[in-house]
Design a protein around this ligand. Structure first.
Ligand code: CTP
Ligand code: MG
Length: 223
């Protein structure tokens, strides 16, 4: 099965506070986008990567891609105001032969090829939607607008969800056709009533959000 990656990289990176969008920041000598692309292409079935970049940075993204050994298998498209819009833009650029779609945050640029491989295998085995998740270590409380605790869900039933998230293409296309918005793509699939399965996540798939996360990535890469 041909698998395609929609690498969403169109956010501003407000919480990181760098002088450029987060995906263009360098860690250990390479941009966040380049780290993500190289790991995705190390996975077995990935035949296309769509980089969804800020409209202001299409030329910069194109320049990163042009020197890549697999440049012919990489496209760059402009993202939207919300993450959901950026994913939809990426979906529109997938080749006709792509059957499995992995939606991946560029900000999780150290997610390893083995994680992509496990997710693609699960879809090949018949799942419609699979997402990586790790057990939650903090106690999570639901609060109201005044900060008062409403509920304390049983921690053993909670998972912190990562990307890449893998979908049978037709399912993801239908989910995005609904016009709903969410912070991840699995939520849109859940709205369809389609089962989403959680696989064991990977610590390396953490998201670079703050300067401390960027420093953490640098240490992992030995920089
Ligand atoms: N993203 C996107 N399009 C948007 C918003 C986010 O492609 N309109 C992407 C980001 O580039 C990132 C991923 O979605 O790779 C996860 O979003 P987040 O970590 O929130 O990144 P930013 O929105 O860039 O950061 P911030 O919220 O701090 O501004
Ligand atoms: Mg954001």
């Amino acid at each position: 099965m041909n698998a395609g990656v929609i690498l969403v990289a169109a956010g501003q990176g407000t919480r990181l506070g760098a002088t450029q969008p987060k995906a263009f920041v360098r860690v250990a000598g390479s941009t966040v986008i380049e780290h993500a692309v190289s790991r995705a292409f190390q996975a077995a079935d990935i035949t296309q990567i769509i980089i969804v970049a800020p409209a202001s940075h299409l030329r910069e993204a194109g320049a990163l891609v042009s020197s890549h050994a697999r440049a012919d298998d990489i496209s760059v498209v402009a993202g939207g105001v919300e993450r959901t819009h950026s994913v939809s833009a990426g979906l529109a650029a997938l080749r006709a032969n792509i059957e499995v779609v992995l939606v991946h945050d560029a900000a999780r640029c150290l997610a390893p090829a083995s994680l992509f491989d496990r997710l693609v295998a699960a879809v090949r085995d018949g799942r419609d939607a699979v997402v990586p998740g790790l057990p939650v270590t903090d106690t999570i409380k639901q609060v109201d607008g005044d900060g008062r605790v409403v509920a304390t869900p049983d921690r053993s039933s909670l998972r912190a969800i990562q990307t890449p998230q893998a979908f049978r293409r037709a399912v993801l296309t239908r989910a995005h056709g609904s016009g709903a918005e969410a912070t991840d793509d699995a939520a849109l699939v859940e709205l369809l009533g389609v089962t989403v399965e959680v696989l064991e996540g990977d610590e390396l798939a953490f998201k670079i959000t703050t300067a401390a996360d960027l420093a953490h990535a640098g240490r992992i890469l030995g920089a």
